[in-house]
Design a protein around this ligand. Structure first.
Ligand SMILES: C[S@@+](CC[C@H](N)C(=O)[O-])C[C@H]1O[C@@H](n2cnc3c(N)ncnc32)[C@H](O)[C@@H]1O
Length: 290
């Protein structure tokens, strides 16, 4: 099961109150959603979304109240989702970005470079798979993606090796892709701190799921959906994501639409990092609308 990151800090700063309307736009294993529900129940309303249908289906099996609605959808489409479901302005919104441990362990969709699974790497079944992206992109565009979203200094070398393979046959499995990368990178890669495939996998996942676009889109609609005094909390795991959140929150503050709840991002304690290493790079930023 996915362990929710910064759970105590999210609840303290979002401060859900009995009877309020909350949205968890990235349901995952539902850990944050359940903690929010405990605070707003029984008369509050909770809308949860995930692009991954299996996460939504699993959560639906445990739903105990008609005041909880679970939808397989993109959080960037919240304006139309709220209006289609006749929902009011939102008292609190949580986005916990990226992917969950459940998706690595259970999805069979190729998120892990250590597993031999079909190379989809998409949360939604409707998106173009990474296998198809690797065949479609030119060597230069592929290198740019790996450099931009993975901060990978060997991006050109990796893109060249991938395209040499896809010109002969498609790369259809996650293990096949990680082996290609491992074979061409130096044995001393990052002094053994991370697997050589880590950055490329991250880059391809961000690109395939339009992750940065979705964050920009959802932040741009916040003034249209959040209630007066409503709170928005976003957990990022990557500096590109955090830059977008930090700068967009600053713009909302400069426009006098919101205030920062915490000046500096909240990061996990040493204790949390040691019992949940996946929380290591998490940063939580929270704003409150005027
Ligand atoms: C880090 S996990 C969330 C974990 C969750 N907070 C918990 O406590 O278990 C992120 C989830 O967001 C989903 N996701 C990613 N991008 C999304 C988007 N644009 N719209 C909806 N869900 C998205 C992923 O499928 C994944 O299940």
């Amino acid at each position: 099961m996915h362990t929710p990151v910064l759970l105590k800090e999210v609840i303290e700063n979002l401060n859900p109150q009995k009877g309020e309307f909350f949205i968890d736009g990235t349901l995952g294993g539902g850990g944050h959603a359940k903690a929010i529900w405990e605070k707003i129940k029984p008369n509050g309303k909770l809308l949860v979304l995930d692009l991954d249908k299996s996460a939504v289906d699993r959560f639906k099996e445990s739903i105990l109240s008609e005041n909880i609605v679970a939808i397989n959808a993109n959080y960037a489409d919240l304006v139309s989702i709220i209006s289609a479901n006749d929902l009011p302005r939102v008292d609190g919104l949580l986005l916990d970005l990226g992917f969950s441990s459940d998706q690595i362990e259970l999805s069979g969709r190729g998120f892990s470079f250590n597993r031999d699974e079909p190379l989809y790497m998409t949360y939604s079944e409707d998106e173009e798979s990474v296998a198809s992206i690797l065949s479609r992109l030119s060597e230069k565009d592929l290198a740019d993606v790996i450099y931009k979203y993975g901060d990978e200094r060997f991006s050109r070398k990796i893109a060249k090796a991938i395209k040499e393979r896809t010109q002969k046959e498609s790369i259809i499995s996650s293990l096949e892709l990680s082996e290609i990368i491992r074979q061409i990178l130096p044995k001393s890669y990052e002094q053994g701190r991370i697997d050589p495939a880590t950055r490329t996998f991250q880059a391809l996942r961000i690109y395939a799921n339009h992750e940065l676009d979705n964050i920009r889109r959802v932040i741009s609609i916040l003034p249209n959906i959040i209630a007066s005094l409503g709170r928005v909390a976003i957990i990022t795991f990557h500096s590109l994501e955090d830059e977008i959140v930090k700068n967009s929150f600053k713009e909302l503050v400069d426009e006098k639409k919101a205030v920062l709840v915490n000046k500096k991002p909240i990061v996990p304690t040493i204790e949390e990092k040691s019992h949940n290493p996946k929380s290591r790079s998490a940063k939580l930023r929270v704003i409150k609308f005027n």
